[in-house]
Design a protein around this ligand. Structure first.
Ligand code: SF4
Length: 699
């Protein structure tokens, strides 16, 4: 249907090369135009991340950009019980700026903050955090990556010294053993999933650690693939058990450890990991996998040759997400699987610009390039270029902003491109926080759930309407090129710039390339990045500087940015979310190929043909114990709330674990998720919720 509707629009007259705005693969496309109309998105063979391949999202799901629901005019209102009033850009910007200053005068400098988006460009993200820090004078800035890959940023920096994946995608073609933990690449990162399957067809071994049986396990030539159907919440026990086998069976890479790893940290970690309490036999019941399968997986990964680890949100969105990331880095270091093609630690980023939004200084404790705000020399360099004094105190994370709002200490928020009311956990808590704000400024392409609590709406531009860059999961900076004029007249960076100017902090950029030049001047890992170089090279994988003028596809070849790799003791502390008589099942969540995240874009396209509702997958054993028929509506009750979905009997699930996607508002997934979060980064524990499921008649 989609193919036909696209082709019927006729032959294109010209095309523009740009980058897909869905997942972290970052595929390049030719946007083919007839006049002002986009008639087709054709995967571009010159794309260095996708080599001419694409999936059903990037190829077909672009119709949302011209959907009737798009916001075309700024709107304001004094309070959220009043109707919206359409106004011009100038009035909306002046209203927002005046109210921000009034809130600060009444409640203090730190009563305001801003949230950046992993859907927006690097340049737009950089400007929002700059506005918050330089114009508003606070470090209360955070990114929606808080709720997905913040543990990656923390865990990889602590162990390998850089908050990023180690390899380029093509590296997988030299892997001998591929260990996938908590990721579903064929649905969530389809073009990389296809590449992975290609390597499996050539004979690479596959281990999948996931509570659910995923499609990758059905790939050709994977008869001997190992599925470790772990219990949700047991990731740290899993990586510790694998490491225990590697160390106690003498499968360590002694040469790598001696030359590349910090000896004191390694010794402490080794003492910790050889304790029999980590042995597969001791932890099998907790992990939910037979001990012999854990031993087989550890031996395979350590001895197959090139062992590569790919992981996703099934690792990060846990109360011990950061600990698991560090445990994964430990596994790679102890086996010497770092620093060459075919190996490495590879986070599969969910959104198109998760890597970039983190790189650009969105975190409340870090300026662009992960440079700490607490470092006086770092601040001085930014202060000299920005012409503003900077606060040395780290600001609030998103959950901290919500808590402070409910306590009356936080009063105004500027949110760019993030539907926090729908995508953050414990919806009731989030809505209470948003309702208590005196000023909420929402910049988005649709009137989303968060907008219900807003006082100012600033229409956003779709990826087709802007210039800039995205950085994908392999640190590849890709150009985003304007294909058509912004529907509401402004690109997002122009809106932020106008708001800053109205606040009295001048910004004067004529093009996003000038913003990138400023980023390069302040961020050592981006020092060599410019639009000219991007045009010449097609894309650049950071770090790009005097030392690495062509960028760096594979990191940590000879050394780590911190000198030696740091093994970290990873103690397993079970989540406080437990099953009980009242809540005997564990709910975990994921995505499906044709839809994307909370569905704001894909639901407004023909991709609904493939998937038009979220369902609850439940093992037939659990269903029959509750008298639940296949297709029957069920009530899902957690300690936090309840929702109703249609049940689907599924052998993919293990008994005791149920699963749903969260692409449609009716799923109510975040009504039932808890407040638990990662101990280091506050990334929510979306992946473990104790629930009861009962049959009902109404959907
Ligand atoms: Fe877009 Fe990801 Fe699909 Fe590539 S794999 S087309 S980046 S959604």
């Amino acid at each position: 249907l989609s193919e036909k509707s696209v082709i019927d629009k006729g032959q294109p007259e010209h095309s523009v090369i740009t980058t897909c705005a869905y997942c972290g693969v970052g595929c390049s496309f030719k946007a083919e135009m007839k006049g002002d109309e986009l008639v087709r998105m054709t995967p571009w063979k010159g794309g260095q991340a996708n080599h001419g391949h694409s999936c059903v999202k990037g190829r077909f799901a672009f119709g949302y950009a011209s959907h009737k629901d798009r916001l075309k005019h700024p709107m304001i209102r004094e309070s959220i019980d009043q109707p919206w009033r359409e106004v011009g850009w100038q009035e909306a910007i002046e209203f927002a700026a005046r109210r921000l200053r009034e809130v600060q005068q009444q409640h203090g400098r730190n009563s305001v903050g801003g949230i950046t988006s992993s859907r927006c460009t690097n340049e737009e993200t950089y400007l929002v955090q700059k506005l918050v820090r330089a114009a508003l004078g606070t470090n209360n800035t955070d990114t929606c990556a808080r709720v997905c890959h913040s543990p990656t940023g923390y865990g990889l920096k602590m162990t390998l010294g850089e908050s990023a994946g180690t390899q380029d995608f093509d590296s997988v073609m030299q892997s001998d053993c591929i260990l996938v933990i908590g990721a579903n690449p064929t649905d969530a990162h389809p073009v990389f999933g296809s590449l992975l399957r290609k390597r499996l067809r050539q004979g690479a071994k596959l281990i999948v650690a996931d509570p659910r049986y995923i499609d990758l396990l059905d790939s050709p030539h994977t008869d001997e693939a190992l599925h470790l159907p772990i219990r949700p919440g047991a990731n740290v026990a899993l990586v510790n058990a694998l490491a225990h086998v590697i160390v106690t069976e003498g499968l360590e890479d002694q040469d790598f450890i001696a030359t590349r790893c910090a000896p004191e940290e390694y010794a402490a970690w080794r003492d910790f990991i050889i304790d029999p309490c980590h042995a597969p036999e001791a932890m099998s019941a907790v992990i939910g996998v037979p001990a012999e399968n854990l031993r087989e997986a550890a031996r395979l990964y350590a001895t197959a040759g090139n062992g590569a680890i790919y992981y996703g949100l099934g690792v990060t969105e846990h109360s011990q997400g950061s600990t698991t990331v560090m445990g994964i880095a430990n596994l790679a270091m102890v086996t010497g699987n770092i620093g060459r093609p075919g190996v490495g630690v590879n986070p599969l980023r969910g959104q198109n610009n998760v890597q970039g939004s983190c790189d650009m200084g969105s975190f409340p404790h870090e300026l662009p390039g992960y440079q700490p705000v607490t470092d006086g020399a770092v601040r001085a360099r930014f202060e000299a270029v920005w012409g503003a004094g900077l606060d040395a105190e780290p600001g609030l994370r998103i959950p901290g902003m919500f808590d402070a709002a409910i306590e009356g200490r936080f009063k105004a928020m500027y949110v760019q491109g993030e539907d926090i009311a729908q995508s953050d956990p414990n919806t009731q808590h989030v809505e209470a926080a948003l309702r208590s704000l005196e000023l909420l400024i929402v910049q988005d392409i649709f009137l989303n759930e968060t907008a219900k609590f807003a006082h100012v709406i600033l229409p956003g531009a779709s990826f087709l309407e802007k210039n800039g860059t995205f950085t994908n999961a392999e640190r590849r900076i890709n150009r985003v090129r304007r294909v058509m004029a912004p529907l509401a007249g402004k690109e997002d960076w122009e809106v932020t710039m106008a708001l800053s100017n109205a606040l009295g902090y001048p910004m004067d950029y004529r093009h996003p390339s000038e913003i990138m030049d400023e980023i390069a001047s302040l961020t050592p890992s981006f020092a060599g990045v410019s639009y000219d170089r991007l045009e010449r090279m097609g894309s650049i994988q950071w770090p790009c500087n005097d030392e690495h003028p062509e960028g760096m596809p594979i990191m940590h070849g000879d050394s780590f940015p911190i000198g030696e790799g740091r093994m970290v003791v990873t103690e397993f502390i079970p989540t406080i979310e437990r099953v009980s008589e009242a809540f005997p099942l564990l709910l975990t969540t994921g995505r499906i190929l044709s839809q994307y995240n909370v569905g704001a874009q894909t639901r407004r396209t023909d991709n609904n043909v493939w998937h038009s509702e979220d369902v609850l997958e439940i093992h037939p054993h659990d269903a029959s114990a509750r008298g639940i028929a296949d297709g029957q509506p069920v009530n899902i009750q957690s300690r936090t709330g309840s929702t109703v979905l249609r049940a689907r009997h599924s052998q993919r699930m293990q008994p005791g674990v149920v699963y749903t996607t969260f692409h449609f508002p009716h799923s109510g997934a975040n009504v039932i998720t808890t407040d638990n979060s990662d101990w280091a980064t506050n990334c929510p524990e979306y992946k473990v919720t104790a629930v009861q499921v009962t049959g009902t008649t109404d959907l």
